[in-house]
Design a protein around this ligand. Structure first.
Ligand SMILES: [Zn+2]
Length: 250
């Protein structure tokens, strides 16, 4: 990175440092994920503090200091105000940011991962349902990071998949046909879920009207897979399942 750059980026996460400052993790299109110090962010009425909260899409200067990088003159590009008024969309948007923060290494350009996040946030802002948006983004990211099982054939007998449901074994990163899946512990995916997974990992666009049940199983599959492949814990899966149970019980 040059000594000073001007970039846009989405704030993925923030944490506090000392009495007056905080740190943020900012995902940028060309410089990847940057850890930046925000000077004076915790002082009361700090504009810097308000602008550098998670989910905000900023334009800002990033200055390379001796031991750390600093953010300066942030300007708010998108605040995603509509999605912040809906508990489910807000939770999912924050969870997506936190997940990406955990999955991506520091300072490696991942322009597609950035574009996927922005598309997901824009979709949620425009009122897209949470399940397809989250399932789409999570599987796009996994595929970009090089994690995707073979979606064409059963890993055990070689049978072509697609006419019926499959069983996904996240620990082994494989799909099995129903016959081979007997007595194996995995995540059941319907033929519809498998078809969505094929489309998304090949780069197809988010389809907000995708079946919510298929999307829920794909979210569960993505997060369990990440737990095995990326050793990334799935704290928000539990929250999501509680939220769903609450909604289903009326
Ligand atoms: Zn088989």
């Amino acid at each position: 990175m040059a000594r000073e750059i001007f970039t846009e980026g989405v704030v993925l996460r923030r944490w506090y440092a000392g009495e007056h400052d905080k740190w943020i993790s900012l995902l940028t299109p060309a410089h990847g994920k940057l850890r930046l110090r925000v000077r004076g962010a915790r002082k009361p009425q700090s504009k810097m503090g308000m602008l550098t909260e998670p989910l905000n899409l900023l334009k800002a200067r990033v200055i390379e200091g001796r031991a750390q990088k600093l953010i300066a003159q942030p300007q708010l590009n998108r605040g995603y105000l509509a999605l912040r008024t809906d508990l489910e969309r807000l939770s999912v948007a924050l969870a997506l940011c936190e997940t990406l923060d955990r999955w991506l290494p520091d300072e490696q350009a991942e322009p597609e991962a950035y574009a996927t996040l922005v598309i997901a946030l824009e979709a949620l802002e425009a009122g897209a349902p949470a399940e397809p948006t989250a399932a789409w983004a999570l599987w796009r990211w996994l595929a970009m990071l090089g994690y995707c099982p073979d979606l064409r054939r059963c890993a055990q007998c070689g049978k072509e998949l697609g006419d019926e449901g499959v069983c996904f074994l996240p620990t082994e990163s494989v799909l099995l046909c129903p016959r081979c899946a007997r007595q194996r512990e995995g995540i059941e995916l319907t033929a519809d879920a498998l078809s969505l997974l094929r489309q998304w990992t090949q780069g197809e666009r988010l389809n907000p009207d995708a079946c919510p049940a298929s999307c829920r199983s794909l979210i569960r599959a993505a997060l369990r897979y990440a737990e095995c492949a990326l050793e990334s814990p799935v704290r928000w899966l539990e929250f999501w399942e509680r939220l769903n149970a609450l909604r289903e019980s009326g």
